[in-house]
Design a binder for this molecule. Structure first.
Ligand code: UDP
Length: 487
């Protein structure tokens, strides 16, 4: 049967929430531009999505699933993010074959409904997908779901190894101040401490599988047809210009979520844009409606970070002591896995109507809500970009991966946030929250956050009519489609 002549993108995210979200947004944008999409989850996440969202797909936006080689989710509905190290190591050895089979199946069935696969868009740390693209002779394009600054740091891991900084000589380096060493020679990146770079460097094993995994994935990005980054030019100018001299063509198309501010009217198309692996609890939006403008601090640590019971308790009493309104998202797996006493009944009594503890929520909508005036975040890249786009100042409490790099940029480069001590203490939480929500320090941060909000919006602004214009990211998205994805 004749094919439709439409381009067909196979999109394969790394299987965790912070990677799925931007890939789904990119896929939705390509779909709106006329692409047929096959979106590839792992069976583990597909099962979770069926539970949280139901079974949604459109004739030209299909969901597929392949095995990640790890055990399936528990069947009691209590699934959480899988161990990231296991996922990294397992996907690279177990996913290529099923992906090839999936692509072969799509191509054999190609018809007037399903056109042949014409490009593969894959997550930076799913580089096996490049082999799948090369095997059928179509462009393989990377999506970097974190920032250009952390991309550059990861690219330079090999230099850290060559210069003898990594792996660490022995375990004492973890505590003797060695991790404080300034690294100020990564091109385009602000000076950072060694310990602020990805946590994968914190190993003494020269053959550490995760360290080698990260080095290999970032090295392989040089072979991609192009690299897409969920960032925008004004935000990371220096890192982007340094990257551009050592990488394939880079397309900064962020903040991706700003392109999708207008949800589609068709309910199926609308639910296709929601990728929450937990069922969303939207009751917090009603509670926010009852609060004055910019009076609420929103607290959320993303999909992976697991604070200790002690940290949860200090945070809880810090929020209580701040006397500010707060909305705190506590993932269901945190309450189950950890000490239930982390959120004692007295805490809820003490804070009453002033606080709202919610399950997994609609973060983008929350950040855009007029009642939200601050964001206490773990600095995952999506959260940072969403916070910047909403013009909300931040308290940064980074855990791992790129989060400490992002924290430095939020606090020192864009100056829209303040850092919280890693060993969180209730008094410090109280002071920081009051300052952030207050006029003096908070006011200055808020003014800069507003400037960044405007720059983010300008980057994603569409050209009006046919007379040019359009923001940097809007233009890059157009160019990505016509220069790389439709060949
Ligand atoms: N998110 C959400 N609801 C929540 C918490 C997070 O929708 O209650 C979304 C958030 O908007 C972001 C993603 O989950 O897009 C988390 O990604 P991020 O990079 O911030 O952190 P990670 O989960 O990867 O650590």
């Amino acid at each position: 049967m004749e094919s439709t002549g439409k381009p067909h993108a196979v999109c394969i995210p790394f299987p965790s929430q912070g990677h799925i979200n931007p890939m789904l947004k990119l896929a939705t944008l390509l779909h709106r531009k006329g692409f047929h999409i096959t979106f590839v989850h792992t069976q583990y996440n597909r099962t979770r999505l069926l539970e949280s969202q139901g079974d949604v797909s459109l004739p030209d936006f299909q969901i597929a699933a392949i095995s990640d080689g790890l055990p399936p989710p528990p069947d009691d509905g209590n699934a959480a993010t899988q161990d990231i190290r296991s996922l990294c190591l397992s996907t690279q050895v177990n996913c290529l074959e099923p992906l090839n089979e999936l692509i072969d199946g799509l191509n054999h069935r190609s018809s007037c409904v399903v056109p042949p696969v014409s490009c593969v868009v894959y997550d930076m740390i799913m580089s096996f997908a490049l082999d799948a693209a090369e095997r059928i002779g179509v462009p393989g394009v990377v999506l970097q779901t974190a920032g250009a600054c952390s991309f550059m740091c990861n690219k330079y891991l090999t230099h850290l190894v060559e210069k003898g900084f990594v792996p660490l000589k022995d375990k004492s380096c973890m505590t003797n101040g060695y991790l404080e060493t300034q690294i100020d020679w990564i091109p385009g990146v602000i000076p950072l401490k060694l310990g602020e770079l990805t946590h994968t460097i914190q190993t003494t094993d020269p053959n550490d599988p995760l360290l080698n995994f990260v080095i290999t994935q970032f090295a392989r990005s040089s072979k991609a047809a192009a690299i897409i980054i969920n960032s925008f030019d004004a935000l990371e100018q220096n890192a982007l210009s340094s990257l551009s001299s050592i990488c394939p063509p880079i397309y900064t198309v962020g903040p991706l979520h700003l392109f999708l501010d207008q949800p589609p009217k068709n309910p199926t198309a609308k639910s296709m844009t929601i990728s929450s692996l937990w069922k969303e609890d939207t009751t917090c939006l009603k509670w926010l409606d009852s609060k004055p403008e910019r009076s609420v601090i929103y607290v959320n640590f993303g999909s992976i970070a697991v604070p200790t019971p002690q940290q949860m308790s200090e945070l809880a009493w810090g929020l209580a002591g701040s006397e500010e309104n707060f909305l705190w998202v506590v993932r269901p797996d945190l309450l189950r896995r950890e000490n239930p006493a982390a959120l004692p009944p007295e805490f809820r009594e003490e804070t009453g109507e002033r606080g709202f503890v919610s399950g997994w929520g609609p973060q983008e909508e929350v950040l855009r809500h007029p009642a939200v005036g601050g964001f206490l975040t773990h600095c995952g890249w999506n959260s940072v970009v969403e916070g910047v786009s909403a013009g909300v100042p931040m308290i940064c409490w980074p855990f791992f991966a790129d989060q400490r790099i992002n924290c430095r940029y939020v606090c020192d480069e864009w100056r829209v946030g303040v850092e919280m001590n890693r060993d969180v203490e209730r008094d410090e939480v109280g002071v920081l929250v009051r300052e952030l929500m207050g006029r003096e320090r908070g006011g200055a941060l808020r003014r800069r956050a507003e400037e960044w909000r405007e720059k983010a919006a300008a980057a994603a602004a569409a050209a009006v009519g046919g007379d040019g214009g359009g923001g940097s990211s809007w233009l890059k998205l157009e160019r990505l489609v016509h220069e790389v994805l439709i060949v």
